[in-house]
Ligand binder design. Structure first.
Ligand code: PLP
Length: 394
C-alpha cells in the first residue's frame, strides 16, 4: 500500500507466524491440520513461576517499572549469567525487554547505520534479517549446509567480512537447525573476529537450556570478545513463557545504556507482573525445567526415526532447540499428486495441502534446500504428522 512507509512495505511478514495463521485459517474451514510450524513449547508455565505472578498481582505491582527492568530482576539475571555462563555483568550492563525479539530490535536500532552489513550465518532465525533491514542494515547471509551440521566455518565467516561489516548475529542452539557451537568452534570464529574489531557480536542464547550435548558455550566467555559481545537470552523457550514476553541482554555498558534510551521512547519497559515472575524463573536452578528438556530429547529421537523412513529426506542430528531442519532438495523438479515441487516453499505448501501438516520453508531462514519441522508438539501429533507426510510423498 503506497500510503504506508517504504520501511514497512519493504518488510517481510514473519514466515513462521504467517504459516501458523494459514494453518489456523484451514482449521477454521474444518481441516485437521497438525501444526509443526511454531517455535512454541507445548508445556504450561511451571507452577513456581505462575505463583510468583499471582503473588505480584496480590502485592499490587502495577506501576511503570524502571525502563531497563526491576533492580531485583536485573540482580537475578546477573546471578543467572554467573551461575550458568560464568559471565560477570553489573546492573548497568543489563536491559530487560519485551521478549528477546525486542532485545534484538533494540540492538539493531542502536548499533546500525544505513548500509551497515549484518553477518548472518544461514540458516538464521527468520526475524534477524528484517530486524536488521528496518534499522537500515544490510543482511549478509553466510551459507552453510547439512554436511557441516549447518555451522559456519571460520573461513566462510572471514570471506563474508567487508569494511562495512558491523554486526554478527547467530543463535546457539540454533533456530532453525538445532546446531550447537562448541567452545572450540566459537573460539575458532573468535580468532577471525579478533582481526576485525569493529564488528559487534550478538550471541542469541535463548535456547541455552534446550541443549542435548550438556555443554553450552557463550562468545562473551572469551576475554578478548567480552567487550564486543552482547548476550541475548529470555524465558520464552526454556520456561514455556512465550506469551509473557520477557527477554534480556548482558553486554557492554554503552550498548546497554543505548538500548535503555531506545526502549524508554518505545515501550517504557516490559510488563511488571511478567518481570516479577521472571525473577522466580531465573532464581531457580535450571534442573527445575529438566523435565521439558528430557521430553524434547525423546521427541527429537522420535521425529528423526520417523523421518528416516521417508525416502529423499536427509537429516542430521540437531543438538539443541526443538527443530529438525531436513534437506528436502531431492524432491525439487518432481511432480507428486499433480503438484510440481520446485523449491522448499512449494514443498512446505504441498505438505500443508496434501498432508495437512504445517511446517516452514527453509527460504525464510536463508536456506532454500530445507524445511523446518518443530517438534514442540505431542508425541501423538508427531507420529501422525510423520505418517501423513510419508503417505503424501509416496
Ligand atoms: N531468538 C530466537 C533464535 C528465537 O527462536 C526466538 C523465538 O522464536 C526469539 C529470539 C524471540 O524470543 P522472544 O519470545 O523472547 O521474543
Amino acid at each position: 500500500n503506497p500510503k504506508l512507509s517504504e520501511r514497512v512495505n519493504n518488510m517481510a511478514t514473519s514466515a513462521t507466524l504467517a504459516m501458523a495463521a494459514k494453518a489456523r485459517e484451514l482449521r477454521a474451514e474444518g481441516k485437521d491440520i497438525i501444526g509443526l510450524s511454531l517455535g512454541e513449547p507445548d508445556f504450561t508455565v511451571p507452577d513456581f513461576v505462575k505463583e510468583a505472578a499471582i503473588q505480584a498481582i496480590k502485592d499490587d505491582y502495577h506501576a511503570y517499572t524502571p525502563v531497563d527492568g526491576y533492580v531485583e530482576l536485573k540482580n537475578a539475571i546477573i546471578t543467572k549469567f554467573k551461575r550458568d555462563n560464568n559471565l560477570i555483568y553489573t546492573p548497568s550492563q543489563i536491559v530487560v525487554s519485551t521478549g528477546a525479539k525486542q532485545s534484538l530490535a533494540n540492538l539493531a536500532q542502536v548499533l546500525l547505520n544505513e548500509g551497515d552489513e549484518v553477518l548472518l550465518p544461514a540458516p538464521y532465525w527468520v526475524s534477524y534479517s528484517d530486524i536488521a533491514k528496518v534499522a537500515g542494515g544490510v543482511p549478509v547471509p553466510i551459507s552453510t549446509g547439512i554436511e557441516s551440521d549447518f555451522k559456519v566455518t571460520p573461513a566462510a565467516l572471514e570471506a563474508a567480512i567487508t569494511p562495512k561489516s558491523k554486526m554478527l548475529i547467530y543463535s546457539s542452539p540454533c533456530n532453525p537447525s538445532g546446531s550447537v557451537y562448541s567452545k572450540e568452534e566459537l573460539r575458532a570464529l573468535a580468532d577471525v573476529l579478533a582481526k576485525y574489531p569493529n564488528i559487534i557480536i550478538v550471541s542469541d542464547e535463548i535456547y541455552e537450556h534446550i541443549n542435548f550435548t550438556g555443554a553450552h558455550a557463550s562468545m562473551a566467555q572469551f576475554d578478548d570478545m567480552y567487550d564486543r559481545t552482547v548476550t541475548v537470552n529470555g524465558v520464552s523457550k526454556a520456561y514455556a513463557m512465550t506469551g509473557w514476553r520477557i527477554g534480556y541482554i548482558g553486554g557492554p555498558e554503552y550498548i546497554a545504556r543505548a538500548c535503555n534510551k531506545m526502549q524508554g521512547q518505545v515501550t517504557s519497559g516490559a510488563n511488571c507482573i511478567a518481570q516479577r515472575a521472571t525473577i522466580a524463573a531465573l532464581e531457580n536452578p535450571p534442573s527445575k525445567i529438566k523435565y521439558m528438556v528430557d521430553a524434547f530429547k525423546n521427541r527429537r529421537k522420535l521425529v528423526l526415526d520417523l523421518l528416516s523412513e521417508i525416502p529423499g529426506i536427509k537429516t542430521n542430528e540437531p543438538e539443541g532447540a526443538f527443530y529438525v531442519f531436513p534437506d528436502i532438495s531431492f524432491y525439487f523438479g518432481k511432480t507428486i499428486q499433480g503438484v510440481k515441487i520446485d523449491n522448499a516453499s512449494d514443498f512446505a505448501l504441498f505438505l500443508l495441502d496434501k498432508a495437512n501438516v504445517a511446517t516452514v520453508t527453509g527460504e525464510a531462514f536463508g536456506n532454500p534446500d530445507c524445511i523446518r519441522i518443530s517438534y514442540a508438539a505431542s508425541e501423538a501429533d508427531i507420529k501422525e504428522a510423520m505418517q501423513r507426510i510419508k503417505t503424501a510423498l509416496s
